[in-house]
Design a protein around this ligand. Structure first.
Ligand SMILES: *Cc1c(COP(=O)(O)O)cnc(C)c1O
Length: 390
């Protein structure tokens, strides 16, 4: 039974405090409120953090950013876009926004990232692009993916909703040789603006197109319109765009979170090490750490039971056991090939995704966030040990 003295430890909680509140208050008091100087500064500071010649475009969600990126690279009706099955539905839905069809790829058995060999096997004459997800915050093996994309003339978009700050072979995700990378600042991500996202790209044409499509297909954003000497009423609509701009209220919060991101990342890595050291002797498959000196962003700490496939009842009783101890958990993810819309619309069969099926059979995410104390982590460890079973 849950000790009534012990508060419930939620699966996730944002780490925001006085600094964020002050910044948001300042943004409101400034009179700008919507896209303005805070958003421009956030974009500049994020680009400086990435430390490359990338352009950055703040948007109101990663889903919006992914939509803009796929539109900019030219995905349209009749195209196919290869996506992982082991992801959130946003990764696939954006393909449908553009009238194209997602094609689902199985994952790697260890990392749960999209399997480059599965991508290669799914390439058809209709394939236009690949969207990869750095699952949990561990970078996909991008070298073979970028190389097969070059061979087949495919665009590569990185859904980096979990992956800030993640490195691959020493380079930050966001600065790799893909066409665009999209970060999420949703409430439970490694940094948050409440709702928000950001697209990074080196391609001048893509950034110009995304900047226009981000705000109604108008050729200048609101800030530029009111700052320059051109009369404010002069603007041109060049496409039926979207309403995807980030507000200054959100950006003000994002600027503070960005200043804290290295400390956040260090704390997440520390908690992941603590879990690894304390759970290594149990019959669990623990998440892979990043190879060499690369950085794992540790957005998700997903464990599996070693005999998951043979114990279909294990996960439910494990989750109930932790809940009874006052600990929240989650599952990342119910693979998309199991979701009714995707399964039925594309006649997907579980047998075609054996590694995602094997992982999903016992997949559970443990709480891992910077607002957790060492005592919270010790509680999680004790509860996992109590309920894991033989
Ligand atoms: C959270 C998430 C998204 C969507 O991010 P939003 O900012 O909420 O739109 C997309 N893909 C993955 C893998 C995610 O985890």
């Amino acid at each position: 039974m849950q000790d009534t003295e012990t508060p419930f430890l939620p699966y996730s909680r944002p780490d925001t405090g006085a600094e964020e509140i002050e910044a948001v208050a300042r943004a409101i008091a400034s009179g700008w409120v919507t896209t303005g100087p805070e958003t421009a500064a956030f974009e500049r500071e994020f680009a400086a953090y990435l430390g490359s010649d990338c352009h950055t475009l703040a948007v109101n969600s990663a889903t919006a950013g992914l939509h803009l990126a796929l539109e900019a690279v030219g995905v349209g009706p009749g195209d196919e876009v290869i996506v992982p099955t082991m992801t959130f539905t946003a990764t696939a839905e954006i393909v449908r926004y553009l009238g194209a069809d997602p094609v689902f790829a199985d994952c790697d058995a260890v990392t749960l990232n999209i399997d480059p060999a599965a991508i290669e096997a799914l390439v058809s004459p209709r394939t236009k692009a690949v969207v990869v997800v750095h699952y949990g915050g561990l970078a996909c093996d991008m070298a073979p993916i970028l190389s097969l994309a070059a061979t087949h003339g495919l665009k590569v978009i990185e859904d980096a909703a979990h992956a800030f700050p993640t490195t691959y072979r020493g380079a930050l995700v966001g600065t790799l040789e893909s066409d665009a990378t999209v970060f999420s600042f949703y409430a439970n991500k490694t940094m948050t603006t409440g709702e928000g996202g950001l697209v990074a790209t080196r391609n001048e044409d893509y950034v110009r197109r995304m900047r226009i499509m981000r705000l109604h297909g108008i050729d200048r954003d609101a800030f530029g319109r009111f700052q320059s000497r051109t009369p404010a009423w002069q603007y041109q609509v060049v496409a039926p765009g979207f309403k995807y701009n980030m507000t200054d209220v959100a950006a003000a919060m994002g600027r503070v979170q960005l200043r804290r991101i290295d400390a956040f990342a260090e704390r997440r890595a520390q908690l992941a090490d603590t879990y690894r050291d304390a759970l290594a002797d149990l019959p669990l498959i623990l998440p892979a750490h990043a190879p060499g000196s690369d950085r794992h962003a540790w957005h998700i700490y997903a464990i599996r039971h070693c005999d998951g496939l043979d114990r279909p009842e294990w996960r439910d009783s494990f989750i109930e056991g932790l809940a009874a101890d006052g600990i929240g958990t989650s599952v990342h993810y119910i693979p998309l090939h199991r979701q009714p819309f995707w399964r039925d619309r594309y006649s997907l069969n579980a047998e075609d995704f054996p590694r995602a099926e094997q992982a999903f059979a016992s997949l559970v995410s443990l709480p891992l966030y910077t607002a957790m104390t060492d005592d919270d982590a010790a509680r999680v460890i004790a509860s996992v040990r109590r309920h894991v079973g033989g």
